[in-house]
Design a protein around this ligand. Structure first.
Ligand SMILES: [Zn+2]
Length: 359
């Protein structure tokens, strides 16, 4: 009965989450083929909400009929989990439309975490709430997985230009007060943005699959097959990126959020990250001066996050001659979104190709 009531609460919350999604920011053109694909999570929870009376089977043995629930801390982990489990288990996406850089669990989320059959999070330094919550879950016997653990990670410095070392490392806050205040990063020593790398994403799928099999070994063959299918798509995505970025007029690109270090490393781009670039209504004089220098060196585009406003882009173009293109770091998103992980990764590639003048 307890489990059943929880599902009812979850379904209401999920509906609320989907409604709050800032779709106009991230998905200017709905994609019918994806949008109409039924999402197992939403279907399941809607069914539950529509029928608040437990069936005899549910009342007698909730463990057999209540789907196990995987709670993932933010979109890419929830998406990967959903690809692996298919419609067998329920996936909850905690941060949803809230950017992972700014998310912390609500009291309702704490209930979800405590009732979860498996909790997926990226890492403690990237998600500061983890340090307070995960040890308690572990002590209570809830299975948890730090998805980034064991992956081959880049140090933040490795893809940072010395003269553009502007992003939000803790400890640099005082030096770059204006830019970093809004950046919201809690980066540790290593770059946490592994989900934007089609190769590291494969390792993440592998880890998630192993954890899912542990909580539901009876359906192992199913999960392994699902994992193989999504891995195949990630291999193809890697090949598309490699081919798409292999013949470009320049290798230099300016981004507004230091989230693309793995892409730069893997596909040989020279990345300049300028923090605060798209978090203000209009770019500061300091940022404009920095960008003017870049424009003189032949850079033509700036890749900004989808939360940047039109006024910002217009000021930038007027003052520097640089054009803006959108990039989505997938730090937020809901499972019922009209553009999924692969769609966004494809859109990002197109922006990179345009900015780099690739063939
Ligand atoms: Zn980030």
């Amino acid at each position: 009965m307890k489990n059943f009531l929880l599902l009812g609460v979850l379904s209401l919350l999920l509906v609320g989450c989907g409604g709050a999604e800032p779709t106009t920011d991230t998905q200017p053109t709905p994609k019918p083929s994806v949008a109409t694909t039924p999402q197992p999570t939403e279907t399941r929870t809607t069914d539950t909400a529509a029928d608040p009376t437990p069936t005899a089977a549910e009342t007698n043995d909730p463990a057999d009929t209540t789907p196990k629930t995987i709670v993932a801390s933010f979109y890419p982990l929830a998406y990967f989990a959903e690809q692996v489990v298919g419609d067998g288990l329920m996936v909850v996406n905690l941060a949803g439309a809230t950017d992972v850089h700014e998310y912390s669990p609500t009291p309702q989320d704490m209930v979800r975490l405590n009732e979860a059959d498996l909790v997926l999070y990226l890492e403690e330094q990237f998600e500061p709430w983890v340090g307070d919550v995960i040890p308690n879950l572990v002590a209570a016997g809830v299975p948890t997985l730090e998805v980034i653990e064991g992956l081959e990670l880049l140090k933040m410095e490795e893809h940072d230009e010395d003269d553009h070392d502007e992003h939000g490392h803790e400890g640099h806050e005082d030096e770059h007060e204006d830019e970093d205040d809004h950046h919201g990063h809690n980066h540790g020593e290593y770059d946490p943005h592994t989900w934007l790398d089609p190769v590291l994403a494969q390792a993440m799928i592998e880890k998630i699959t192993a954890a899912v099999v542990q909580i539901d070994p009876a359906n192992e063959a199913n999960y392994v097959a699902n994992a193989a299918a999504v891995t195949k798509r990630l291999v193809a995505l890697d090949e598309t990126y490699r081919a798409g970025l292999s013949a470009c007029a320049t290798d230099e690109v300016i981004v507004s959020h230091d989230a693309y270090g793995y892409i730069a490393e893997r596909y040989d781009l020279d990345l300049h990250a300028i923090a605060g670039l798209s978090t203000q209504d209009t770019p500061s004089a300091k940022i404009l001066a920095e960008l003017k220098e870049e424009a003189e060196e032949g850079i033509t585009h700036v890749l900004v996050e989808d939360n940047s406003v039109k006024e910002f882009a217009e000021t930038l173009a007027r003052e520097t001659g640089l054009a803006t293109l959108p990039l989505n770091p997938l730090g937020r998103g809901t499972l019922d979104t009209s553009k999924d992980y692969f769609d966004v990764m494809g859109d990002n590639l197109e922006s990179f190709r345009m900015a780099l003048s690739c063939e």
